[in-house]
Ligand binder design. Sequence first.
Ligand code: 2AM
Length: 454
Amino acid sequence: MCGRHRLLFSGQHLLCPSFGLQHPLRPLTGGRKVGSVLNRLKPGTSKVLHCRMSSQASKDHPEGPKPPLLVDDHTVATVRDSRILVLLRGLPGSGKSTLAKDIEQKYKDNSRLISADLHEIKPAVRSSGEENYTKLDAELTTCFEKREANLVILDDTHHDRERLDKLFDMANTYHFVVTILEPKTPWRLDCAQLKDRNHWKLSLEELKNLRPTLEKELLPLYFGWFLAKRDQDYLRKTSHEFLEQLGNIKAFKKRLQPYGCEEKQKLDLLKYFAKSPNILHCTTKFCDYGKVLGSEEYAQQEAVKKAYSRGYTLHISALFATPRTVGAQVELTSDQLLIWPPDAEKEVMPKDTFPRGSRAHITLGTAADVQDVQTGIDLLEIVKLQQSGREWESLGELAGPVAGKVSYYENGMWMLNLARKIEVKSIFSGYYGKPGVHVPLRGKKGLFNQCQIM
Ligand code: 2AM
């Protein structure tokens, strides 16, 4: 796969010593408190039906295991610091609305539940045209634009790929992480039971037509840990600080050639790394929506299923910069290694052997024309050089929020080993949208003049 990417380097990295910024614990920012959608129901329509459905489900049947964002304290704390769009997905009558309301209740100060039922959008294989969604989309857009909630819950069947793609685009525009939840009720795919449970009175045949669109799991472009909003902001600031300080150290100024600059020139690294991922994340498995061999098996693993939508703390031990990428090295815990694919390192460097998890990283920025996947390859190059046992040059120390020692490897590869590890909260989920969604690392335009004469 990496053949698709431009691999320009010849194998050096930089080893930066530690940098110790502890983030100040900021108070929860939270969105505005919003009234429940239930308050805005049209009299006598779905409200009664919803309530009936909910109580019927809980009395008659166990509803299956609850998702981590309802029951796991660490996940709850992480969700509160994140921007998340929860898409409830499943057949009508399968228990989505009950789950949606439970989530809304749990996060009532900062969540917004938007329901297709309340917009009277009848689930059907083809008929739910764009126009049916005009009002719902307007409500959703306002909610995103006005920052009405940090947790947006969308209750709909979500069986139609085009519809989903539109939602993934919207989530990207407003920097929301998407998590797809399906009810675990025993009857969720049982059309005979669903016929009596769905308030749209869909016939057995209609339900059977819808079922195949929902049976198959939706595979993302990639799975990974997505950083909570405030930890993401903190890490972006930290990476700017790192690049600014690194660019100013004498030893760096003397080794500009791999970055395409002469010694006398000044390189602004913040401009050099033109783009940054829309949402900072640590990829576990790249799936290409299921096209990558083994991605379906990965998604089916019990550990992966259990981890999905759960909160994790990632530990960052070093920051690194190469002529292609800038990234953060992540040290995975044993718990996190459970969902780390055994072939993650071999996938990009088949001839070498690395300790499991060596590729774990967060891409912070890439130079123009360089793809994100390069960051993990650059990190492995650095690890490989470290493993070779050679002594690397220690060429300076950074201070303040990025305190730590800077090491130089070769070919423009630098690493800062942080004096104190940075901890960031994250949610394990999938990225389902289009590839290549980026924001500038800094500035309004992605590209600037890279080198200036000093
Ligand atoms: P990253 O994890 O280093 O940032 C979409 O391309 C995302 O999937 C990026 O975040 C990218 O890199 C990650 N990724 C991991 N393996 C990949 C591969 N083999 N091809 C493309 N992208 C990959």
